[in-house]
Design a protein around this ligand. Structure first.
Ligand SMILES: Cc1ncc(COP(=O)(O)O)c(C=O)c1O
Length: 348
């Protein structure tokens, strides 16, 4: 006999990428930023007063909401914060989906959407992407989700759906469209305008990638004040801690540092993409901080294993349709050089 609800018993749970303890490993497997966070973040953490830890944090993280509202050109009541974007995703799944309310997304994508749906016993509908990862517009609309997820740029492909198509999708859907912009800091465009102007659009963001704060756990969503106030009912009471609020506020305030880091990552992405193409491992066009490279000889599983044996971690997904590729996070120039050298030996 199991103590668990049937859907939990049947669920598989999310499998995160490996987090090696050996600091010499070149870690290009979980799309972390290779550069440190802004010095202003470390300063804000140093400034934490013990009194801030004795007390509960602000339940809505208003210091961050105000700073983000100013930078994004929205109002505070259009922002909700969370313990990483995963926390916000969890809120939206709980708020909008259920056994009678479908949760829809194109696949392949971030696997957490399906995992959270399974925990919630929600109807989960996966819709395959169109050729070359084009938006499967009709199929998504016909799936009639109470909530539809679109990672844009998508993971693990790095591809981007043009804004006019996302807008058309938002207008055609009956339910809520959650646009997961985890990687938008490395893209040329974003969907913030849709969150400002559409009653059914939420744009979800994280400080894990573009602001080098994956270890801190801070994410937020922007949308119509009605949607945000509904989500407030679902969130944990104190879902962002005092240190995270202070550090995240300092990070988003330092746009100059953020834009510098962004520029460096994008430059390296371009260099790495052309090196991979030269090696016969072409990647999909990426608007993110990673490249999804096709491996033919040796195959993707072997590339992953052989790189790992040399202390370089990339991500391999043993799933139909994507098991001929490895996903490589863009690292520092030195890390990318080491990767390119290892791959060059491998294909020689
Ligand atoms: C597409 C996508 N969305 C959301 C997340 C989660 O972000 P966070 O670290 O803020 O929970 C990730 C993390 O890798 C991701 O790839």
């Amino acid at each position: 006999m199991s103590y668990f609800r049937k859907n939990i018993e049947a669920a598989e749970g999310y499998v995160p990428g490996e987090q090696p303890t050996d600091p010499s490993v070149i870690k290009l497997n979980t799309n972390e930023n290779p550069y440190p966070p802004s010095p202003r973040v470390m300063e804000a953490i140093r400034q934490i007063d013990p009194e801030q830890l004795r007390r509960y944090p602000h339940p809505l993280a208003n210091a961050f909401r105000d700073k983000a509202a100013e930078i994004l050109g929205v109002t505070r009541d259009m922002i909700i914060c969370g313990n990483g974007m995963d926390d916000i995703l969890n809120m939206t799944v709980r708020a909008f989906s259920g056994p009678e309310a479908a949760l829809v997304f194109p696949v392949p994508t971030y696997t957490l959407y399906g995992v959270l749906g399974a925990i919630q016993a929600s109807v989960v509908k996966e819709v395959p992407w169109g050729p070359d990862y084009q938006l499967p517009f009709e199929a998504l609309v016909q799936a009639r989700g109470r909530v539809t997820y679109l990672a844009n740029p998508n993971a693990p492909t790095g591809t981007l759906v043009p804004l006019d198509e996302v807008a058309r999708l938002a207008d055609a859907l009956d339910g809520v469209l959650c646009i997961d912009e985890a990687y938008v800091d490395f893209a040329e465009v974003n969907c913030l305008e849709l969150a400002r102007t559409r009653p059914n659009v939420l744009v979800l963001r994280t400080l894990s990638k573009g602001y080098s704060l994956a270890g801190l756990r801070f994410g937020y969503a922007v949308g119509d004040a009605n949607l945000i106030s509904g989500l407030m009912k679902v969130k944990d009471s104190y879902n962002a801690d005092a240190i995270a609020i202070a550090a995240a506020t300092a990070a988003i305030a330092d746009q100059e540092y953020h834009l510098q880091t962004r520029r460096k990552v994008i430059q390296e992405r371009q260099r790495l993409a052309s090196a991979l193409a030269d090696l016969g491992m072409p990647a999909l066009p990426s608007q993110s901080n990673f490249l999804f490279a096709r491996c033919s000889r040796p195959g993707a599983a072997e590339v992953y294993e052989r790189l790992k044996a040399r202390g370089i971690l990339v991500r391999y997904f043993n799933s139909p349709g994507i098991n001929d590729r490895v996903r490589i996070t863009v690292g520092t120039p030195e890390q990318n050089d080491a990767l390119i050298a290892a791959l060059r030996e491998m294909v020689a």
